[in-house]
Each structure stands twice: as structure tokens, then as C-alpha cells.
Design a protein around this ligand. Sequence first.
Ligand code: PLP
Length: 452
Amino acid sequence: MQDRSRNQDIARRDLGVVWHPCTQMKDHESLPLVPIERGEGAWLYDFDGRRYLDAISSWWVNLFGHANPRINAAVRAQLEKLEHVILAGFTHEPVLRLSERLTGLLPAGLTRCFYADSGSAAVEVAVKMSFHYWLNQGKPGKKHFITLANSYHGETLGALAVGDVELYKSLYRPLLMEVTTVASPDCYLREPGETWEEHSRRMFAHMERALAEHAHETAAVIVEPLVQCAGGMRMYHPVYLQMLREACDRHGVHLIADEIAVGFGRTGTLFACEQANIRPDMICLSKGLTGGYLPLSVVVTTEDMYAAFYDDYTKLTAFLHSHSYTGNPLACAAALATLDIFESDRVIETNRRLAARMAAAAGKLADHPNVAEIRQTGMILAIELVRDRQSRTPFDWRERRGLRLYEYALSRGVLLRPLGHVVYWMPPYVLEDEQLELLADVTAQGIDIACA
Ligand code: PLP
């Protein structure tokens, strides 16, 4: 009883001072806030000992469980040596080793690491870097960006501008730069009988047209490779990325791969671009980079990009972008420990089996009258809920059925956070069989309750 009152006390005090992200705070008049005291593996524990299975990896960041002993030890050891130092003019071993490791793992030719502290900040860096590259090449007119419909690249103004999720973007449109938005290869929208590959190929015509029309004024195309995550876990075929790489080269436009959500094994390969066998001009990484421990992001780019900024100071070609916590040593130590786990535990291989178990566990929902589609790319599985399966009529967003599912799942000790009416599993890679069983059972019951 004493513990329970601690839970409630923290929630009450919190709501007096904290403004939570991505939240209509008035919802908390009826929706209890969940205070978490500690984590262990895929579980999160509140102050009265109730536990919640973290089926969304705490906003897609956690890879190897909460309070992972190996990452804990690495951060602890680094903490005894150096917590932080300015990265301009100074350096440290963790950032050097991480850069060597990343450039060794990424597609060949991505050799230069520029650090920031969040996914959105990495997107800002990539957008500015691309524009500035063309400026330094004497092409100031290339200041335009091409993006996919339904894409998401973050919430800061530049990142929001190159994204296309109306819910987050439309209010702020007066503050944002104009971009060209091209129809998405999203395979949920494929014609009956069409394969993912056929659909993705066909949809490329829109991109080809946009490039033909705008290449002369365009700095870069930015995409989320294979999965548009915040846009409802919409997926497409790698052939689209192959065609895009070829077209960007042909038209003289950069390709920015935003792997902030899909990097580090989420799509079944360490990086999603591997499945298309392409090398983007810039890749943005964050989230799983530190195993979900600390804020860190990086844009990894080519020697060609780097060389375009390298000159005498007085030419004013340098990339002067900076953030105070750029390349933080504690975060780099967490990232190095994360990469060690990938290597020693053969994670990509093990995940293949886990992904197959996820598919089997979700399979029983395939014929549900409110399920239009179950789709999966590696460790991301999504279930599209609709009012009517035959016509694929969506639910009215105001009905907030996803919220009902969220509340039900919490009551059963599972953290699911549907994106509108898309329920998804994006669990830590340490998910155990019984945990998957619980997840599948709660999802099935939750869908019944939410769709009733
Ligand atoms: N890009 C993608 C593809 C994302 O999914 C996200 C966050 O969900 C971001 C960028 C923004 O990252 P952050 O929330 O760390 O700013």
C-alpha cells in the first residue's frame, strides 16, 4: 500500500511540473501516468512492483534490454575516466574507436563521421551539409529537397520540413521551407495482385519525374530506407532504393538515408541499405546506436563530401555546425558496447529466428475482421486495423481506438503504443518466448476490445 502511494505520489507531482512529449496533457486527467523505477531486460518496473513488457523498445531505441550488464559496465568504466569534453579542437578515445568501428561496418565509401545528439539534429546536419556542399561547389541554386509522402525525419524545423506526417507538420507549415513531396512506394497501397517489388518499381516513376523536373535546383533526396516508421510502419521493397541510388547519381543529387529508426538490425540486416546493396551519400544514425542508453547521433558521409569543405579558413567553406554534447564519451562508450554485443552474440543471425517467431505469433490475427494487413520487415511487425477489412475503410481517427488498445495492454502489463490505428511490435532483441506469447495474447485481446 505504501509503495502504491509512492507510484501515485510521483505521478501527481510529475503532472504539476513536467510537460510530456507528444502528449495532449489533458488526457492525463483520465489516463494514469506510469512512473518507472527500474528496468531489467525487456521489462520496465513501476514503484509498486508492477511490470510492463517494453514491446516498443522505449520509442525504438532499446536493443539489448534495460540495464544491460555489459552496456552498464562500459558506461560505468568510462564514467570513471571522462564524462565529457568539447569535440572541437579536442578528441577522445571512445569517439575515435566508434568512428573506426562504424566506418568499418557501413557500406564501403562512408568514411567520415559527424556527430550530433539526437535523430532530428542528425537530419539537420545532413540537410545543411548537402546544401553547403553544393554551395562550396559553386552551385548555390541547389537548395531544394525531395522527400517521400508519409515520411518522418524528426521534429526540429528542418527535419519537420523534409518529413510529411500531417499530424506533426501541418500546424507548423508557415515556419517550414518548401520541399517537393513524391508519392510513397508504401506497399499497403499496392494494387490487388501486385507484388511489393512491382509496386515499388511502379511508384518510382513519381520520383523519376520529380528528379527530371527539379534536379538542377535540388540538393538531396531524403528517405527512410525500407520502413516509414512514424508514418504507420509502412514498408517497401529494396528495389526502390536501388532505383533511387541510380537516379540520384544520374541527376547529380545527394541521397540521404535516414536510418535513425531502421538502423542497427531493425530490418533484418545491420543497416537497411545493405538489402539494396547501395551506398547513400549520407547516412543518419541514432536511437539504437547507443543500445537505447544515451542521446547520440551521427551522420556518416564520403570523402568527396568531406573534401568539398576542406580549405583555408579564410575561404569560409568549413562546416561550422555544432552541439554542446557532440560525440559525448559516455554515449560513445555505450555505442561501442552495443557493437560488441552485435559481434559476440551474432545478433543479426539470432534475430532471424526471433523475427520468424514474431511472424508465427501474429499469424493467428491474419483473418481478423478488423485487420487489413499484417506486414513485417525483420524486427518490425505491424498490424493495420480498419473498420472494414474488405473495403479497407479506416477507423475515424477521433475514435482513438489505438488509445483503447494502449490502455488495455497496460492493464495486462504490456507497453504497446499504436500509431493511430496501426499496432506494431518493435521489441528489444532479447525478447523471450513467454514474453512473445504474452505480447501476442494481449495484442489479440486488445484488438478485439479496441475494435468492438
Ligand atoms: N528520423 C526517423 C526516421 C525517426 O524515426 C526519428 C524519430 O522517431 C527521427 C528521425 C528523430 O529522432 P529524434 O526523436 O531522436 O530527434
